[in-house]
Write a protein that binds this ligand. Structure first.
Ligand SMILES: O=C(O)CCC(=O)C(=O)O
Length: 301
C-alpha cells in the first residue's frame, strides 16, 4: 500500500494494517538479538531459560522498555521506514518517539485476551483528537510472524465507534463486570466488527490512541509472539507522553544506541536537528565528552 493510501485508511478507520512493512532483511539484525531480551519459544516452554518465570501470570510482565539491551532492537524502534510512516500519518516532519516497548508473549504464560479499549488514558493527559496536528499514532510492529493463533491485536474501525463518548474507555466482553466509570458492557456488535491484525514478520499496525482494539489469546502449542509497541507524536504536541527519555539516558544501552543512530533517529528522541541554535562550540564539546562514539559532524558549525 502506498503511504498516502495508508494515511487515508488510518484517518477513516483509525488504523491501518501494513503487512511485512519492514522487509525481512532489514528486520533480521533485530530478530537475531531477540535472545538478549527474551527466552526463545523452546527456552520458555522447556523451562530451560531461567528468565521464564517473569512472564507468568501477568500479560504486561513481558514488556521491556527503550533503550533495549539489544542495540539493533533499539535502532528498529526508529527504523527509517517507521519514521517516514509516522511523519506521513501525522503530516509533520518533526516527530517524537514518546514510547517504545518490546513485548514477548508465550502460550499458556497468562491470559492475553483483553476487553476492547482505547489507549488514551496513559498516552495523553487530554482526550484523543482528530484535528490535523493534534493526532498521535501508535504502532504494533511484529518482529516474527503473528498468525491468528499467536494472539494478534484486533481492532474496530471508527466507522463503528466514532459516535461513542470519551468515557467509558473499556467496553467489556459479555460476563465481565466494570468497576468504575471508565468501564461498561459493550454492544456485542462491536466485538463482531473486529478486524484481525494477523500478519507476517515486519507487519505494522498503525492506530490512534482513540481506536478501540484489544489483545487476544495465544493458542498455538509452544507458541511465542515477539512484537514492539511504538508511539509517535508531533514534536510540539505537549500533552501526549509516556516516559521522559532523560531518565534513562545515562544507561550503557542508551549510549550504545546513540553511538549508532542517525541524526534523524536521534531527532525522534529529542536531539535538536543540525542547524538548531542549541548547537554551539560549547555544547558540541560537551557532547563529545558525553558520547565519545557519536560522530558529531552532522551538527558541527
Ligand atoms: O499486544 C497486543 O496485541 C495488544 C495489547 C493492547 O492492546 C494493550 O495492552 O493495550
Amino acid at each position: 500500500m502506498d503511504l498516502k493510501d495508508a494515511a487515508r485508511t488510518w484517518q477513516t478507520d483509525g488504523f491501518v494494517i501494513l503487512p511485512a512493512f519492514l522487509p525481512e532483511a532489514e528486520l533480521a539484525p533485530a530478530v537475531q538479538e531477540l535472545d538478549l531480551l527474551f527466552p526463545s519459544p523452546d527456552g520458555f516452554h522447556d523451562g530451560t531459560d531461567p528468565r521464564r518465570d517473569r512472564f507468568l501470570g501477568d500479560e504486561f510482565a513481558g514488556i521491556d522498555t527503550f533503550p533495549f539491551s539489544s542495540t539493533e532492537i533499539s535502532l528498529t524502534a526508529v527504523h527509517h521506514r517507521l519514521l517516514t510512516l509516522a511523519a506521513t500519518l501525522l503530516d509533520d516532519d518533526d516527530i517524537h518517539l514518546y514510547g517504545a516497548e518490546a513485548w514477548a508473549k508465550y502460550t499458556g504464560a497468562c491470559d492475553y485476551d483483553q476487553d476492547l479499549h482505547r489507549d488514551y488514558l496513559n498516552h495523553t493527559v487530554l482526550v484523543p483528537s482528530t484535528t490535523p496536528g493534534c493526532r498521535q499514532v501508535e504502532m504494533f510492529v511484529f518482529l516474527t510472524d503473528v498468525p491468528e493463533e499467536l494472539g494478534p491485536p484486533h481492532l474496530v474501525s471508527r466507522e463503528h465507534t466514532a459516535h461513542l463518548p470519551a468515557v467509558p474507555n473499556w467496553l467489556l466482553r459479555p460476563g465481565h463486570e466494570g468497576g468504575n466509570r471508565f468501564t461498561a458492557p459493550a454492544d456485542p456488535a462491536l466485538y463482531q466488527a473486529e478486524v484481525s491484525g494477523a500478519g507476517p514478520a515486519g507487519t505494522v499496525i498503525a492506530f490512534e490512541p482513540g481506536t478501540f482494539h484489544r489483545g487476544t489469546q495465544l493458542t498455538a502449542p509452544r507458541g511465542a509472539r515477539y512484537s514492539m509497541h511504538l508511539c509517535f507524536r508531533p514534536a510540539g504536541l505537549q500533552w501526549g507522553h509516556r516516559v521522559g527519555w532523560a531518565t534513562r539516558s545515562y544507561t550503557p544501552e542508551w549510549t550504545a544506541f546513540v553511538g549508532r543512530a542517525t541524526p534523524r533517529q536521534l531527532q525522534a528522541l529529542g536531539f535538536p536537528p543540525p542547524g538548531h541554535p542549541y548547537w554551539t562550540a560549547d555544547t558540541l564539546a560537551g557532547m563529545s565528552l558525553r558520547y565519545p562514539t557519536l560522530d558529531l559532524s552532522p551538527w558541527s558549525l
